[in-house]
Ligand binder design. Structure first.
Ligand code: CA
Length: 327
């Protein structure tokens, strides 16, 4: 494997270090990409792998995991916690979804390639070295610069009923204000898909977005990390789970922009909408006097995600209307 950890991954105590990825370039012939990692190991127990920064412009995960890396005491840990706050570290440093080194979108490149690009090498190491060690994996996401989500933890609909139930239970234990049964636009190459294929319990999140974090979204992220460790039995005691609304993503939940232009929202995130309700209008930007294009809700539910920037391009994901499962 291309990557070498600078710390032991299987020793008691708390170890802060890096995953060192050789990266030969003009300003450093024998240089490296250094990806921060912390491993906290206590007595016998399961292993949790907690990752943030899969996309580099999503901040709740990195904040929660840096905080946990400082605070977590190996004396109270039964098992092992592997913390990777900025999995695609070059993208994270650049504040971008994709890596500035190779354009790689880490969450579309799994299971990676050992002789591939920098981003493919990260995927390869995580998939072949770290995921096999883990019993449960939590991968933090938010909407990044271009999407904003209701804060939810999610599990995917899986073929194996036992794994499906275990993932849904872990997502509920995360304790976000919303808990989603999630559908992906394009699951190929995703970390999620790789972890689930290895038979692990997998939880992902979307905790707001817009390329920033808020006090509220960070609090949700921090509590969720602790809750996952309680749920796994790595920390003693039960998760602290406030009321959470269960949502689902039906096949027609996505709304894609039919044209580019200036985006005028008609409803805000979390709004309850009926099928056919006006979600947004898109104005042409190069002339006055032309009518806007109206975009409507494909089904009845809550506006669970929305395009964040004020301008939209044709084909952008404009909205997600999720179904409320509880009512
Ligand atoms: Ca993301």
């Amino acid at each position: 494997m291309a990557i070498t950890p600078t710390i032991p991954l299987d020793r008691p105590g708390k170890h802060h270090g890096h995953l060192r990825l050789p990266y030969s370039r003009d300003d450093s012939a024998w240089g490296s990409v250094m990806i921060p990692i912390t491993v906290v190991q206590g007595g016998p127990g399961p292993t949790a792998l907690l990752t943030g920064g899969n996309h580099g412009d999503e901040y709740e995960g990195p904040i929660a995991l840096h905080d946990m890396a400082c605070r977590l005491d190996p004396a109270v840990v039964s098992g092992r916690v592997i913390l990777l706050p900025s999995m695609n570290h070059p993208a994270f440093l650049a504040g971008r979804r994709t890596s500035p080194l190779d354009g790689g979108n880490l969450n579309r490149l799994f299971p990676g390639r050992p002789a591939g690009s920098v981003t493919e090498k990260i995927a390869d190491y995580v998939a072949r070295a770290l995921v096999p060690m883990a019993d449960i994996v939590l991968d933090y996401h938010s909407g990044g610069r271009t999407l904003d989500f209701l804060p939810f933890a999610a599990s995917h609909v899986l073929d194996d009923p036992a794994q499906d139930e275990a993932c849904a239970a872990a997502a509920a234990a995360f304790g976000a204000p919303f808990t989603m049964r999630m559908r992906e636009i394009d699951a190929a190459g995703m970390f999620d898909t790789e972890v689930e294929a290895q038979g692990k319990v997998f939880v992902t999140t979307e905790l707001r977005g817009g390329g920033t974090a808020s006090a509220e979204s960070v609090a949700i992220a921090k509590r969720g990390a602790r809750n996952i460790l309680h749920h796994a039995g790595i920390l003693p005691g039960a998760p602290e789970v406030p009321p959470s609304l269960r949502l689902e993503m039906p096949e027609d939940c996505f709304v894609f922009a039919p044209c580019g232009g200036l985006l005028e929202p008609a409803v805000d995130l979390g709004a309850a909408v009926e099928r056919g309700a006006l979600l947004a209008r898109i104005w042409p930007m190069d002339r006055t006097g032309a009518a806007p294009v109206a975009c409507h809700a494909p089904g009845t539910g809550l506006l669970a995600a929305r395009h964040f920037p004020g301008q939209v391009q044709i084909g952008d994901c404009l909205a997600v209307v999720a179904t409320v499962a509880d009512r």
